[in-house]
Design a protein around this ligand. Structure first.
Ligand code: IMP
Length: 425
């Protein structure tokens, strides 16, 4: 002990990377437990920007072991490219551990993610097209290939043959695509295997030993509660469990190993891809949030949909995660507004909902009930002391804290590592 989980409580892109990076300074091990390279963290260190998709943030610290856990789906080509990019910039990646139980994203997963999205037409999910959903689907139907299979060419070939037979039928007969070649995939993945072999390890054992030795282990969630496969806005979700409970299954630890659960939320709200978003702002306000907040995806470059802080969704996420604290990011972006809205409830057919409606039809059609607060015009980017925050900003944070039901421990006021305000908790 202690284990700390760090999770997004909105629709992803809350700025978890920066918070993880700050915590990694005092952490022995940082574990990714779900998702894949659909995630993207931008971290600014000493003016240098690092965009990480798969490698945990801990890689930037020499004392820290970055771990890709069994619950992650790994595109080996992307992982190798990310390692190469980091090494070319002088970062030592040799400490990285990769679980042999993690599933591999295969070329047909990428192809299927693209064609099924096209097939869905106006009902498409707006996935990142990184093969995430198809890889998790194969894991669940038990025809997935795992990282450890890269070490056994015979087993790899046997499993690939089974999977590819079905995938090629699907690709050619259903989607009218060309079949994929077994030999080509085998050759390519043999090279990946040779390259990744030194990193493959029993990561759950490493994590447990670190916890038993009293070291700090950080479980780094990707995406967020509202994109959780079981608890998010299904079907507009990702295919894994980003909530803190997902860290147990995805990293291989018991629930008692996690004692601190930090939720990260933007001071406003964004989402990419399709799906309900009750607090979505009108186009003029959304434009300001996009421009001031640089709201374009790290992974796909897509413009994010922007809205006001949704306290109903955040409270729901706080409950699902049993948050012990809340970190609010990008508060500085709100300096552009003379007044700021917070979605405090939803309304549907004359009824007010203060908790997330359990029925998706209601959630899809509900209207936001906004409370409006006075804004502030001061630039917050150089504030470091909570007493230097304008009183309107403090009132805004107090309102959020009360509605979410978790104390705000830190507030981020810019992308730099040092642009943080530690709040008295
Ligand atoms: P997938 O994870 O690529 O299957 O995409 C499913 C949904 O999750 C889509 O709406 C994506 O835009 C969204 N999504 C996946 N990863 C992220 C992320 O890191 N940030 C924000 N949205 C994400």
């Amino acid at each position: 002990m202690p284990g700390i989980a760090l999770v997004g409580i909105q629709w992803g892109d809350e700025g978890k990377g920066k918070v993880t990076d700050l915590l990694a300074g005092h952490t022995d091990t940082v574990v990714r437990y779900q998702g894949g390279n659909n995630a993207g963290h931008t971290i600014v260190v000493g003016g240098e920007r690092y965009a990480l998709h798969l490698v945990p943030t801990g890689v930037l610290y020499e004392h820290c072991t970055p771990v890709i856990g069994p619950g992650v789906v790994v595109d080996p080509q992307v992982l190798i490219e990310e390692i190469d990019t980091l090494e070319a910039r002088g970062i030592d990646v040799s400490r990285l551990l990769l679980s042999g139980n993690a599933h591999l994203i295969m070329p047909y997963h990428l192809e299927l993610d693209r064609v099924t999205e096209r097939w869905l037409g106006k009902n498409r999910l707006g996935t990142t097209k990184r093969g995430i959903g198809p890889a998790y689907a194969d894991k669940a139907t038990r025809i997935g290939l795992r990282v450890q299979d890269l070490l056994s060419p015979k087993i790899f070939a046997a499993k690939l043959e089974v999977a590819l037979k079905e995938k090629n039928l699907l690709l050619t007969r259903v989607y009218g695509r060309l079949p994929l070649e077994m030999d080509e995939i085998q050759d390519q993945y043999r090279t990946f295997g040779a390259r990744l072999a030194p990193l493959i390890a029993d990561t759950a054992l490493h994590v447990q030993r670190a916890l038993d030795a009293g070291k700090t282990v950080l479980f780094e969630g990707a995406q967020a509660a509202m994109l959780d496969l079981d608890h998010g806005t299904y079907p507009f979700v990702t295919s894994s469990n980003p909530i803190a409970g997902g860290a147990c299954a995805g990293a291989g630890v018991g629930p008692r190993d996690i004692e601190r659960i930090i939720g990260v939320a933007k001071a406003y709200c964004t989402r990419v891809g399709s799906g309900p978003f009750p607090s979505e702002a009108d186009p003029a306000d959304a434009e300001v949030l996009v421009e001031e907040g640089a709201e374009y995806g790290t992974t796909t470059g897509r413009r994010r949909r922007c809205g006001w802080f949704d306290a109903v969704a955040a409270r729901y996420a706080s409950r699902l995660n049993t948050l012990t604290e809340l970190v609010v990011t990008k508060l500085d972006v709100l300096s552009s507004f003379s007044s700021i809205k917070v979605c405090v409830a939803y309304e549907y057919e004359g009824r007010r909902y203060e908790e997330l409606p359990p029925n998706q039809t209601i959630f899809n059609k509900c209207r936001p009930v906004f409370e409006e607060l006075p804004g502030w015009s001061e630039d917050l980017t150089s504030v470091r002391d909570p007493d230097d925050l304008p009183k309107q900003a403090r009132s805004y944070l107090e309102l959020i804290e009360g509605l979410v039901g978790a104390p705000v421990s830190q507030v981020s006021v810019g992308p730099g590592r040092d642009q943080m305000v530690e709040m008295p908790v």
